[in-house]
Design a binder for this molecule. Structure first.
Ligand code: MTE
Ligand code: HPA
Ligand code: MOS
Length: 792
């Protein structure tokens, strides 16, 4: 069933949009030639820095003794908060994200000092020799305690529509539920790393593995008390970001810059993996509760949902993340009446941050739990309940009042029911389960509707710089960063398409703040939507100039000119693209241009809790089949079918790669990736030995990914759709299928709640709950039966 969509928009040159080009770094990555920050040759006399981390979770610093550390040969100096010339704050939006703790400690492993030395080993060894005395205070680690004490990093925010309480009470049926949703470690293969090199005029040149070079620039300037133009940040590629380098790359760049500022030398910081686990924020765990009212068919009449994010000690991006959880607590379903509240709970843990989906997954899973719970309650098939509650014309207003305008999920599901044989497989699984006491199979199809745009309006802008050199070769800079997703490849395709030239003539490499300024993070899946449009605008500006020039030069009508297949064709003849460029150069035509793009129409009014935060939605569906061993809870995913909507695909191979990777990462989040803290708030799962991400053996034995053939109705670049995050949430189908397998124990009359990650241990717990439920039913049944006999 796996097939690439290769048809391209009509009239386009070969080698451009719609073609499965390999990722620009692929060959270099597999041959070890792709250069990451830590691979670069170090400057002569360059230094290394390492942070000193708190050994308590909450309290105050009483005394610091750095004598032993300073006496280690090779140690240059040790810096504290007092040495920061500017502001000791690296917050992206609000304040309170601290660079170095001054007095107060708010989470375990919080950085306190920075040791600078001649080598990485010396810096790390010396960092452990610093003696710090603390006075410990009480911690808040439990979310229910934070909720009870209204211990927030930001005030709550809620969406409302109609009278949900009344709608629920008046409904024929009511149920409620709760769910703990686990967090997730980013586990980028390249950890946090940065170098800072002083420049001759007191400025700083930074290389940072960051999704947000502009913010790194701004924060380095802020801590050094310098204007922004003193700091330049360069980023060639990250070995993965996944949201973990949207804000959380900045502190390491700032610390490297602080040390470079004092020593006058180039300074590098690279966190050891265990420390990277401890000192960087993760996906927010959530605790969610819901109440729903519905009729005999399973049609939802009202919901009251409460979602609570574990934000950690500071705001970071948590406000926007919990907002996105609110915006996705409907997933693809219409709630006629709704109250959806989101709390931003403050806990004494590292500050949680962006992670693929940005709160969306943690909100969306509530909707999927609700429809499953309704189905088991009514004894109906979960897919029926899903189909019944999908947004449709007339039932199309979200709880934040954005109107849904594209209704392709119905068709996608219909196709999947046929192509992946849903109904026959369901029947055969039910039959299998009746005869198999130990291995139980489960099946579930879940949809995704994911809003595309930054929900913070001003971030929806991008810039690009397109340069054509006199030989006709093209260099593109844009505001986005490459983290493996293939953004640079897609941008090169877009620019090649604009000039109708072959891909190999277009080069996109490092992102630099002195080439394209004031950029947004590469996040919210918007890299291609925003930067692709900006690059296209820049290319079109140059193209206009070229065509105007050629029309005058060759004395031909402007509308007779065409750039096709590396050539300019006109009424009187044709010349090659390099010839055209050389001619334009000799005639003093400007061959470079900036381009800019701002997404139109989007806004969100927080006061009213309504607006159009999203330019459009991306859709997908996944059908997962699993097997569970009810004696051990061990499980595997045996088959997955995905149909996903990327609009007109710019690059089908890259899009399919994003869908596969996103799905697997989502599945890992919900099944094996188990973050655990001890009762003191210290992260216990801080290495691959204790934290299990999916490995190649966890790939479903049968894994079919198909792109849904439909262009984006919104005016995006070549009518494509964003793909980075939406497929992550297709992983929810695995969790739902696991519940379905467990529900087979009760003959699908009851599905125990299944907190995530649904580890084998957790599934075994759910199996026991299901077995107890069955026993209780039987007992009740036999007592009633006995009652009947007695009465007779
Ligand atoms: N794919 C790879 N290989 N590595 C990554 O770090 N990050 C994801 C997604 N896909 C990521 C990835 C996240 S969180 C986002 S927001 C998008 O890529 C960002 O890139 P885009 O906007 O260009 O899609
Ligand atoms: N997604 C990702 N990153 C962000 C967002 C968002 O919606 N808003 C601010 N940073
Ligand atoms: Mo992605 S979480 O928006 O970096």
């Amino acid at each position: 069933m796996r097939h690439f969509k290769t048809d391209k928009p009509s009239g386009l040159a070969k080698n451009a949009i719609g073609q499965s080009f390999a990722h620009e770094s692929a060959l270099k990555q597999v041959t070890g030639k792709a250069i990451y920050i830590d691979d670069k040759p170090e400057a002569i006399n360059s230094l290394h820095a390492y942070p000193v981390l708190s050994t308590i979770t909450c309290g105050h610093i009483v005394s610091i003794d750095t004598r032993d550390a300073l006496s280690v040969t090779g140690v240059v100096d040790i810096y504290s908060a007092k040495d920061i010339p500017g502001k000791n704050d690296v917050s992206p939006v609000f304040s309170g994200d601290i660079l170095l703790a001054d007095d107060k400690i708010e989470y375990h492993s919080q950085p306190i000092l920075l040791v600078v030395a001649s080598s990485y080993q010396i810096a790390r060894t010396a960092a452990r020799k610093v003696k710090i005395e603390y006075q410990e205070t009480a911690t808040v680690l439990d979310i229910k305690q934070a909720m009870a004490e209204q211990h927030w990093v930001r005030p709550p925010h809620a969406l409302h529509r109609g009278e949900p309480k009344k709608a629920i009470n008046d409904a024929k049926h009511q149920i409620n539920g709760e769910l703990y949703v686990g967090g997730q470690e980013h586990f980028y293969l390249e950890g946090q790393v940065s170098t800072a090199t002083p420049t001759e005029d007191g400025g700083m040149f930074i290389e940072s593995s960051s999704q947000h070079p502009s913010e790194v620039q701004h924060l380095v300037a802020k801590i050094l008390n310098k204007p922004f133009n003193y700091v330049t940040v360069e980023m060639r590629r990250m070995g993965g970001g996944f949201g973990g380098k949207e804000t959380q790359a900045a502190p390491w760049a700032c610390l490297a810059a602080l040390a470079a500022f004092y020593t006058g030398k180039s300074v590098k910081i690279r966190l050891a993996r265990g420390d990277d686990f401890k000192v960087t924020g993760k996906r927010h765990p959530f605790y969610n509760t819901y109440q729903v009212g519905f009729d005999d068919d399973g049609l939802i009449t009202g919901v009251d949902i409460d979602i609570n994010g574990y934000c950690g000690y500071s705001a970071d991006l948590s406000d926007a993340i919990v907002d996105r959880a609110l915006f996705h607590a409907d997933n693809a379903y219409y709630y006629p009446a709704a109250h959806i509240n989101g709390n931003r709970c403050k806990t004494n843990t590292v500050s949680n941050t962006a992670f693929r989906g940005f709160g969306g997954p943690q909100g969306m899973i509530v909707a999927e739990q609700i429809v499953d719970d309704i189905a088991y309650y009514l004894g109906k098939d979960p897919l029926q309940i899903r189909k019944l509650n999908l947004y449709t014309p007339g039932r199309d207003i979200t709880p934040y009042k954005q109107k849904v305008e594209q209704f392709i999920l119905q068709d996608m599901i219909a196709k999947m029911e046929v192509e992946a044989d849903y109904w026959a497989r369901k029947a055969s699984i039910e039959n299998f389960n009746q005869h198999s006491p130990i291995i139980k199979k489960g099946l579930s199809l879940t949809p995704v509707k994911f809003g595309i745009s930054f929900t913070v309006q001003h971030l929806n802008q991008a810039g690009a710089l397109v340069v054509i050199y006199a030989d006709g070769s093209v260099h593109v800079n844009h505001g986005g960063t490459e983290m493996g997703q293939g953004l640079h490849t897609k941008i090169a395709q877009i620019v090649a398409q604009a000039f109708s030239i072959d891909m190999q003539h277009v080069l996109v490499n490092a992102t630099r703040t002195d080439k394209v300024p004031n950029t947004s993070p590469t996040a919210a899946s918007s890299g291609t939507d925003l930067n692709g449009m900006a690059a296209l605008n820049a290319a079109n500006t140059i193209k206009e100039r070229l065509l105007t020039f050629a029309s005058e030069h060759f004395a031909v009508k402007a509308d007779s000119l065409q750039l096709v297949n590396n050539q300019l064709i006109h009424e009187k003849g044709k010349i090659s693209f390099p010839e055209l460029i050389n001619l334009a150069y000799l005639n003093r035509i400007s061959l470079s241009s900036t381009g800019f793009y701002a997404t139109p129409e989007i806004y969100y009014d927080r006061e009213k809790a309504e607006g159009n935060p999203f330019f459009y939605y991306a859709y997908g569906i996944a059908l997962s089949e699993v097997e569970v061993d009810v004696l051990t809870g061990e499980n595997s995913v045996t088959r997955v079918d995905i149909l996903h909507d990327v609009g007109n695909s710019i690059n089908p191979a890259l899009d399919i790669g994003q869908i596969e990777g996103g799905f697997i990462q989502g599945m890992g989040w919900l099944t094996t990736e188990d973050l655990s803290w001890n009762d003191k708030g210290q992260l216990a799962s801080n290495a691959p030995a204790t934290y299990k991400i999916p490995a190649i053996g966890d790939t479903p034995a049968e894994f079919n990914v198909t792109l849904y053939d439909s262009q984006n109705p919104a005016t995006t670049v070549f009518k494509s759709k964003a793909v980075g995050e939406p497929p992550f949430m297709l992983g929810i189908s695995v969790w739902s299928a696991l519940r379905n397998a467990v529900a087979s124990i009760t003959d699908y009359q009851f599905a125990p709640s299944l907190n995530t990650p649904a580890t084998a241990e957790c599934i075994l717990g759910a199996v026991q709950v299901a077995q107890e439920w069955l026993q209780a039913q039987k007992k009740e049944g036999s007592e009633q039966g006995q009652q009947g006999v007695d009465d007779a």
